[in-house]
Each structure stands twice: as structure tokens, then as C-alpha cells.
Design a protein around this ligand. Sequence first.
Ligand SMILES: N[C@@H](CCC(=O)N[C@@H](CS)C(=O)NCC(=O)O)C(=O)O
Length: 362
Amino acid sequence: MYQLIGAPVSLYTGKVRSYLDFKGIAYREQLATPQVFREVIIPRTGVRYIPVLITPQDQAIQDSTEIIDHLEQQFPQLSIYPGGPRQRLAALLLEVYGDEWLVNPAMLYRWGIDENRRFAIAEFGSVRLPEGSAEEQYAAGLEASGPFAGALPRLGITEHSRSAIEHSYLTLLDELNKHFAEHAFLLGERPCIGDFGLIGPLYAHLYRDPASGRLMQERAPHVVRWVEWMINPDSNRQGDFLPDDQVPASLLPVLQRMFDEQVPVLLETARQLQQWVAANPDTNEIPRAIGSLRYRLGDMQEERLSLPFNLWMWQRPHDFFAGLDDQDRAAVAELFSAEQITALTAPLPVRVQRQHNRLVRG
Ligand SMILES: N[C@@H](CCC(=O)N[C@@H](CS)C(=O)NCC(=O)O)C(=O)O
């Protein structure tokens, strides 16, 4: 049987769990306790990330996207990758948006609101010290969560950027609420890879942390309904993507938001990676951060680290578009603006790949 190593508080564990449940794949969930880190995660993957999937053949896979793509090959029925070029591209983009950008509101709301912060600390503690008393767990949670809470400024989540991140998130909730009032999932009656990208932050943090959950209930009940279908899939609800490669108009503002907020960061990261490679011609492994950049939300600007892993995710929609024939490109151009396509096709002079769970030059 498959084993999913992760934790209830973990964003990317939530993404994979939701996928396993949707597919009806039998698995056992194992809490990523310190002992499991020591005995399994670190020796088997060489890194300290969750989730990790252990397959029945005893393969250990880290990274939610690699796990899902591995399982898609084993369980091709009810594919989460739509066949049509427009739907497929929208799905791949929204996975990148959820995985690599909505982490910002997720982190801000978790660590920037006392009630959520206390809840999360207790939850971290229950993973670190499953048998401990509430006080022992809280103390352990304080220590275990330190690096996560401490990462906010490096992600550009500061007092200066706070209200712009809140505004962006609340507007996104309104946009998604309108969409999910009409559609079960992003692209119709079946979740796509984009739904699984969004569910990470929108479940583990923004639904499950108590103050964020109340906010979502009050402001965006259709988003709550979507989260609940994502985390508790009903085997009777196994429909299809919308016909004729349709991407509903209600998703266009969400895609535009990604192009406005996140894509400039991705393109600047690609530029910095080219410089980094020129300055480090003999180094194959790419560090987690290669410098810093200014990002913009509305008229707010703030500094954050440039994280080349983002480009590994961005290569997916980028390469998908690059591989389309003229007819499919024309179909995509009916949905995406010329500016969006220019951004999507901006060259990626340095390719990245993952090798033994580390990012290296491709
Ligand atoms: N891209 C990875 C990200 C995994 C990740 O960042 N997991 C978090 C927990 S949700 C973690 O383990 N962080 C540890 C760290 O950042 O050092 C994936 O999709 O699995």
C-alpha cells in the first residue's frame, strides 16, 4: 500500500492527500515525526521536505508535483490533465499560482494573526511530540515552527506589504467565489491539476486555520464548498471537464491576477538565474535562493528572495505552450491576451531540473 508521509498543517501534504482521495487510491498516512525524519525522510530523499510518498515498490518520492505525476501514470483513469490546449494550459498555470504564490497569503494569515499562530504552533507541536502533553507540545511547536514563521520577511511578507497581500487575497476569494457558484471545480465537474495546486494553500492554511476558516466561510461560501469537495471527494461526483476545451470566463480574472502578480517575479527570477550561472559556471546545484528582487502588488513594492525552484514549476506551462502546433496556439490565443502569451513565451535561457530532490541546471 502507498504511504503518505506528511502532516495535517502542511500545505503540500494537503495537495497530495486530496489527489489520493479523489483517485480512490488506497494509502496510509504517516505523521512526519522527528523519528520519521531521521529514519525515513532524510535518508531516503536527502532533504527535509514533506510530503514524501513511499510506493508499494518502496520507492520514495518527494515533491507534490512529482508524486502526482508518478501516480497519474499508475492510475490514468479520471485524469486530472485535460486534453484540450486551453484547459490544459489554464490548469498548469493555476497549479504554479497555488503552489508558488498563494503561499504568501497562506503564510501571512497563519503567522500574522494570533489565533491562527497559536493554533499552528500547537499543531506543529503535535507532529513534533505526538505523545506530549498540551504544554510540552506547545513548547515543541514553538521551536519547530520557528523557521516557518521566521520565513515571512524573506518571502516579502512584512508590515509594509501586509495590506496589499490581504487585499489581493480577499479579491481572489471574491473571484473564486463567483466561479465556484457556477462550477464544481475550476474546469467543470472534475478537478484538474490546477485545483490541486490551489487546494494546498486554500485548505491547509486558509480553510483549516481557525480565523482564516471563518473569514472564508463569511466571505466566500462557494469556495468553502469547493474546499470541502476537494478534501472529501464523493465517488458519485466523477464527471468531466467542460466540453469543447472551454475555460469559463469566471477564471479569466484569476489568471490575469497570476500574470499581474506572480509572472513578473518568475521572469525576473529567470533573468537572475542566468546571471547566477554566468557568475558560477562550475556549480551545477542551484541554491534555494539566488538573490532578491522587488515584487509589486498594485502600487505596493516589496523585496523578497528569488527562488529558482519556482522556475521548475514555471517550465511546465511554458514548455506545454512551446510544444503546441499552430492550430492549438491559435485556440489558446482566443483565451489568453497577446501580453500574456508574450510572458509565457519569454525565453528561459537556463533550464532547471530536479536530481535527487535537488535543483540543478537542466
Ligand atoms: N515543492 C515541494 C515543496 C514542499 C515543501 O516546501 N514542504 C514544506 C511543508 S508544507 C516543507 O517541508 N518545508 C520545509 C522547509 O521549507 O525547509 C512540494 O511540492 O512537495
